[in-house]
Design a protein around this ligand. Structure first.
Ligand code: TRP
Length: 457
C-alpha cells in the first residue's frame, strides 16, 4: 500500500494490497488492541461480577466474534471497497449498506469518549514522569483520579491534544508508519503487562482477585451482563464498524483469511486477559471496589508501580504504550468517519478530517464534562460518557454485526464465500461448512436472543 492509498479512503484509483501478511496483521491488531483491552475489559468485567462474565465474553469472542470478523474480511476482500461501498458493490440497489452507516455513527460516538480516556493516559504519563504515585496510599491515588477527571479543563485539554494528533496522522496519511511502529510497541506492551501480572499475583491478598476473575459464580450473571459481554467482544475486536471490511479490502490474494482472523483474535484476547490478571489482584489486595467503573485501571495500577523495582520507568513505559495502543485505534476510528465524508459528501480528505475532528471533539468535550461539572445530566440513568459507551457497544455494534452476519449468510453468493476462504480453491479449509452454518444461523440467532433479553426482558 503506498501512502496515497489510505486505508478507508473512498476514492482509490488503484488499490494495492498490504505487502506482507504482517502489514495487514499489524494494522488489524493495532486497531483491535487498545483501550478496549486495557481499560474497558477490566472495568466492565469488574462491573458485571468477574469470572462468569469473562466466560460469556470468551464464548462470545469464539462463537460470534470470529465468524463476524471473518465475514467482514470476506466482504472487504471480495468487494475491495470501504465499509459502505462494499455493501453497495456486492448488492447494488439494496439497503444492506445501512449497517455501514450505523458503523460511521458508531465510530463517531465511540471516538468522542474514547479520546477522553486516551487523554487520561497522557495525564498519567506526565504523572509517571513527575513521579506522582510514589508515597501515596490508595485513598490519595483514588482522589488524584477523581479530582483529575472532574476538573473542568484538564482532561479536555488532553483529549483535544490526543484528537489533534490522530487527525494530523489521518490528514497526512502516515497511518502505515504508525502501524509499523506498533509492531514493536505492542509486544513491548505485552512484556510490561506480564511484569505487572507477576507483581500483582504475588501481592499479599492478590489471590482473591484471581478467584474473582476465574472462578465463575453464575448467580451473579444478569441478562444485561450477557449483552455487555457480546457488545464488548465487538468493541474489542473492532467489529461492527466496517473497519475489518476496509482492512479486508487490502488483504492480498494469497493470504489465508481464516488464519489471519484467528491470529488477530488470539492476540486481542490474550492482551485483555493479561490486563485483567494485572488489575484484579490489585483490586483485592488494596481493597478497591471491583465495580469502580471506568477509572479502574487508573486507580489500581498506580498503587503497584511504586512496589516494583524500576517501577518508575515501568509506569512511564506503561502509560506511553497504552497511549500508542489507543492511537492506533483512534486512527482507525477517525478513518471510518473521514472516509465517509470523502465518499458520501465529496469532501477533500483535509476538509473531511477537519470537520470530523471538530464535531467529534465537541461531543467528546461534553462527554468529558459529564464526569465533572455536567454529571447531573443523565441519559437513561447514565451520564453522557457512560451512555455513549453503553449505547455504541451494546446497540450499534451489535446491530451492525447482526446485519453483517445476515448479509454473509443469506445474501452473499455461497461461491464467493468459498472462493474467499479457499483462495480460489488453492487451499483447503475444513471449516467451510461449519462457518457457513454458524454465520447463517448461530450468530444471528444468538445476537437476537441476547439483544432482546438484554434490552427488553
Ligand atoms: N478495538 C479497539 C479497542 O479495543 C477500539 C476500536 C477501534 C473499535 N476501532 C474500532 C471498536 C472499531 C469497535 C469498532 O480499543
Amino acid at each position: 500500500m503506498n501512502s496515497n492509498d489510505k486505508v478507508g479512503s473512498g476514492n482509490l484509483e488503484k488499490r494495492e494490497s498490504f505487502k506482507s501478511s504482517f502489514g495487514l496483521l499489524a494494522a488489524a491488531i493495532g486497531s483491535a488492541v487498545g483501550l478496549g483491552n486495557i481499560w474497558r475489559f477490566p472495568y466492565i468485567t469488574g462491573e458485571y461480577g468477574g469470572a462468569a462474565f469473562l466466560l460469556v465474553y470468551l464464548l462470545s469472542v469464539a462463537v460470534i466474534g470470529i465468524p463476524v470478523m471473518l465475514a467482514e474480511v470476506i466482504i472487504g476482500r471480495e468487494a475491495k471497497k470501504d465499509a459502505i461501498g462494499s455493501f453497495k458493490e456486492l448488492s447494488p440497489r439494496t439497503k444492506w449498506y445501512s449497517s455501514g452507516v450505523l458503523g460511521v455513527l458508531a465510530a463517531f460516538m465511540i471516538l468522542s469518549f474514547y479520546s477522553v480516556i486516551a487523554g487520561w493516559t497522557l495525564e498519567y504519563l506526565i504523572n509517571s514522569i513527575t513521579n506522582q504515585f510514589a508515597g501515596k496510599d490508595v485513598v490519595a491515588i483514588e482522589a488524584m483520579f477523581t479530582d483529575f477527571i472532574s476538573h473542568p479543563t484538564r482532561p479536555i485539554i488532553w483529549q483535544v491534544v490526543f484528537m489533534g494528533i490522530t487527525a494530523l496522522i489521518v490528514v497526512v496519511g502516515v497511518e502505515e508508519g504508525i502501524e509499523k511502529f506498533s509492531k514493536i510497541l505492542i509486544p513491548l506492551l505485552l512484556v510490561i503487562v506480564i511484569i505487572l501480572d507477576i507483581r500483582a499475583i504475588t501481592l499479599p491478598g492478590g489471590k482473591a482477585g484471581l478467584s474473582f476473575l476465574f472462578k465463575p459464580d453464575f448467580s451473579k450473571l444478569s441478562k444485561e451482563a450477557v449483552l455487555a459481554a457480546l457488545g464488548h467482544s465487538f468493541f474489542s475486536l473492532s467489529l461492527g464498524m466496517g473497519i475489518m471490511i476496509t482492512y479486508g479490502s487490502y488483504i492480498g490474494k494469497k493470504e489465508n483469511l481464516g488464519n489471519a482472523v484467528l491470529k488477530i483474535t488470539i492476540a486481542d484476547t490474550i492482551i485483555a486477559l493479561l490486563a485483567g490478571i494485572a488489575i484484579f489482584p490489585v483490586v483485592f489486595a488494596f481493597g478497591i471496589a471491583p465495580n469502580s467503573g471506568p477509572g479502574l485501571v487508573f486507580i489500581t495500577l498506580p498503587n503497584v508501580f511504586p512496589q516494583i523495582p524500576g517501577g518508575y520507568i515501568f509506569a512511564i513505559l506503561f502509560f506511553a504504550l497504552i497511549a500508542v495502543a489507543a492511537l492506533t485505534s483512534t486512527i482507525s476510528l477517525l478513518e471510518v468517519v473521514v472516509a465517509y465524508g470523502i465518499e458520501g459528501f465529496n469532501l477533500s480528505r483535509k476538509k473531511s478530517t477537519i470537520i470530523s475532528f471538530t464535531l467529534i471533539t465537541l461531543l467528546g468535550i461534553f462527554a468529558s464534562l459529564s464526569n465533572g461539572p455536567l454529571s447531573a445530566k443523565k441519559f437513561f440513568d447514565r451520564n453522557l460518557f457512560d451512555f455513549l459507551d453503553y449505547l455504541t457497544a451494546n446497540y450499534f455494534l451489535t446491530i451492525a454485526a447482526f446485519i453483517t452476519s445476515l448479509f454473509l449468510g443469506w445474501k452473499l453468493d455461497k461461491k464467493l464465500v468459498e472462493k474467499q476462504l479457499t483462495n480460489d480453491g488453492t487451499i483447503s479449509v475444513g471449516y467451510l461448512n461449519v462457518f457457513r452454518f454458524i454465520i447463517k444461523y448461530v450468530t444471528p440467532i444468538l445476537i437476537i436472543i441476547v439483544f432482546i433479553s438484554g434490552v427488553f426482558l
